[in-house]
Design a protein around this ligand. Structure first.
Ligand code: XIL
Length: 337
């Protein structure tokens, strides 16, 4: 009897906690993370990625410059390694990104480039890149960050004169049309940051996407990046986030969370607790609002863009830099249970 009891206790202790993959699946949710091919060499990195996530998105490997470093020379070596990993571990792959103001190659930014040339360059890029991953990458961020922080159309290589010879909004419309032609089955997204709550910038994106929808432009969804910090830990912010999700859904768009991370100024228990609360509530709202794709911008503090991008901040992900779970992971699990 004692032996039997002991056996049960040991068995219970040995039962691993359900993975994020398992938990998300219960809600029909894909749980994803961005991946850097350079990190993919690491054994611990591989183990957590394959065990916990049902999808991945290349952090940089599908951006314009890495993919077409020289005119008409496409380089898919780095992204192919991620696709192979995803296939092996039955993970989906999300595509990021085709039209953006960052990470464009110097040759495309050459001032001698005419509008006609640039138009051909962008069209060709969209067709080549999406065409190559037809049937492999089901969802694409076609346009990334087209609205500036002051809620206007952003200056960008593709939008400004000469741009591709169209104004910003028409350029976006054209990009979605080309993307749809390149892969008619792919789900096409507009993606942006600081638009998670109701504010001037999300209003501008809302106005833009409403117009595109009205004009019958093939756009399927809106990606909210969700690069958050401790200031988000307020009821008003979470309520506003929920309301904002709802208004975009009412436009007939799918909403996905595409780059979630929660940066904090130090790794103290107090900061980790705030961070856990934010992760937990975001996942809870995502679940309740029927969001089908939640993607973290990395999963281990060993590989995160935050320390470089936000001075003095870090510790932004659910696993620490030694791949140990942080309170945030438990909070995500609870929200999905
Ligand atoms: C970041 C990457 O994480 C960095 O490695 C790179 O140096 C710059 O870009 N919004 C986006 C992402 O849409 O592509 C950005 O990724 C983070 C902000």
């Amino acid at each position: 009897m004692t032996a039997l009891l002991l056996g049960l206790v040991v068995a219970a202790a040995a039962t691993p906690a359900p993975t994020l993959r398992d938990l998300a699946k219960r809600h029909g949710m894909t749980i994803s993370t961005c991946v850097a091919t350079s990190a993919l060499e690491g054994k611990e990195y591989q183990a957590v990625l394959a065990r916990e996530f049902s999808a991945l998105e290349p952090e940089n490997e599908l951006k314009f410059e890495p993919v077409q470093p020289e005119r008409n020379r496409y380089d898919f070596v780095a992204i192919d390694k991620q696709v192979a990993f995803a296939k092996k571990h039955k993970m989906a792959v999300r595509g990021h990104t085709l039209v953006w103001h960052h990470q464009n190659p110097a040759w495309a930014r050459d001032p001698k480039m005419t509008a006609t040339e640039l138009r051909a360059v962008l069209k060709d890029h969209i067709f080549k890149v999406m065409g190559r991953f037809r049937g492999v990458i089901g969802t694409w961020d076609v346009v990334n960050e087209a609205i500036s922080d002051d809620a206007h159309m952003r200056h960008s290589l593709w939008f400004d004169r000469p741009g591709i010879g169209l104004d910003g909004e028409q350029t976006i419309e054209q990009a979605f049309k080309w993307a749809h032609e390149a892969d008619p089955k792919a789900k096409l997204f507009y993606n942006d940051y600081n638009i998670e709550t109701l504010n001037a910038k999300s209003d501008a994106v809302y106005a833009l996407l409403s117009k595109l929808k009205q004009r019958g432009v093939p756009i399927d969804g809106f990606g909210m990046q969700c690069h958050l910090d401790p200031q988000f830990d307020k009821d008003e912010a979470f309520d506003s986030f929920r309301e904002n999700i709802r208004r975009f859904k009412k436009l007939g768009l799918a909403v996905q969370l595409t780059e979630l991370d929660v940066r904090i100024p130090d790794g103290s228990p107090a900061q980790l607790a705030v961070q856990a609360r934010i992760y937990g509530r975001i996942f809870q709202i995502a679940r309740e609002e029927g969001i089908k794709w939640v993607q973290l911008w990395g999963f281990t503090d060993a590989h995160s863009w935050i320390p470089q991008a936000f001075k003095g901040m870090g510790w932004a992900l659910p696993w620490d830099d030694k791949y140990q779970p942080k309170p945030a992971l438990e909070a995500i699990r609870k929200a999905l249970e």
